[in-house]
Design a protein around this ligand. Structure first.
Ligand SMILES: C[S@@+](CC[C@H](N)C(=O)[O-])C[C@H]1O[C@@H](n2cnc3c(N)ncnc32)[C@H](O)[C@@H]1O
Length: 303
């Protein structure tokens, strides 16, 4: 077995950014990878990904620096009475990701400006917003006061959630922990803080989007741009703070959920609605996303 590190560049988002995809590729057959002990696989990823060891600190610095850019879009969502998911704003009434919310104790992992929690609070849930960035939480606090909806906001890391075991009925993440935390750390943590029967609902970029997004472009392509095996951490080398995102293949995700004590209820793959129009900040065009999903949501239940 040989461990190697692949370093590539990837441009992403509104502005062309140089990124490195840092991943550990395991030069063995897929059937062996599938059976590989998870501890060994984690070790392989750690060996191959030294650059991401400080991802919580670099992501905190990056989000603190960017927080003010997210206030306006956060305010628009706070003002919207409808629960909408993701970059297309697809209504919850169409996706049906959430259980009946009334009375549920909820944690939002990577709450940002807190609009998802605000929607849940308005429907009778009792949310707590957890976020790694003090500046993002300051925006959330300001919007709470503006809209008169208050719930606890906690500064902390979703990979080491500062809550007792079995504290919540529901954990949610919309482009929070689901993309900014190491899945091998935050998914077991989500399982720990949920009560038996509790659900985790998390939505972010689709696996297919991350496979097809080019090194030197703005939007997803129609061809595979990087290996499936070893996909894990994406380091934004162009960001002053080297922020890091995480994306892993579906098979890995399923094994991780099951190993963490979750049963999988749904994987909802989301594309562009018929009425959608292109926007520079989206990583796929409408044309692309009407053929393939650019976003995905997992709904899993703690056993
Ligand atoms: C896209 S934003 C949040 C999404 C939220 N729906 C919004 O748009 O306001 C991502 C958030 O994840 C937070 N985050 C990143 N790493 C985190 C970690 N390790 N623990 C908790 N939150 C984290 C960031 O600080 C940021 O506020």
């Amino acid at each position: 077995m040989t461990f190697t590190t692949h370093v590539r560049t990837l441009s992403i988002g509104r502005v062309r950014r140089q990124r490195q995809i840092v991943s550990a590729a395991i030069r063995i057959s897929p059937s062996v990878t599938a059976g590989l002990d998870q501890t060994m696989l984690r070790l392989a990823l750690a060996i191959g990904s030294k650059e991401v060891d400080d991802h919580v600190a670099s992501n905190r610095a990056s989000w603190d620096a960017a927080a003010e850019n997210w206030v306006e879009s956060g305010r628009e969502r706070w003002a919207d009475p409808v629960i909408r998911w993701g970059t297309w704003g697809v209504p919850e009434d169409e996706l049906h990701l959430l259980p009946d919310l009334d009375g549920l104790e909820v944690v939002e992992l990577g709450c940002g400006t807190g609009y998802v929690s605000s929607w849940l609070a308005r429907r009778g849930a009792h949310p707590i917003g957890l976020d790694n960035s003090r500046r993002q939480l300051a925006s959330a606090r300001m919007l709470q006061q503006e809209f008169g909806i208050e719930f606890p906001l906690v500064h902390g890391d979703a990979e080491r959630a500062p809550f007792r075991d079995a504290s919540f009925d529901l954990a949610v993440s919309e482009y929070g922990a689901i993309i900014w935390c190491d899945p091998y750390r935050w998914i077991p943590e989500a399982a720990r803080v949920l009560r038996p029967g509790g659900r985790l609902v998390c939505l972010g970029n689709s696996y297919l989007l991350m496979l097809t997004f080019p090194d030197d472009g703005e939007k997803a392509t129609r061809s595979l741009q990087r290996p499936h095996f070893g996909m894990h951490a994406f380091v934004d080398a162009d960001d002053d703070r080297n922020r890091v995102e995480f994306h892993i293949p579906h098979g890995e995700m399923i094994r991780l959920f099951r190993r963490s004590g979750f049963e999988i209820e749904e994987l909802v793959e989301i594309g562009a609605p018929a009425t959608a129009s292109d926007a520079p900040y989206r990583m796929a065009t409408v044309d692309w996303a009407q053929r393939w999903p650019n976003e995905q949501a997992w709904v899993v239940r703690k056993q």
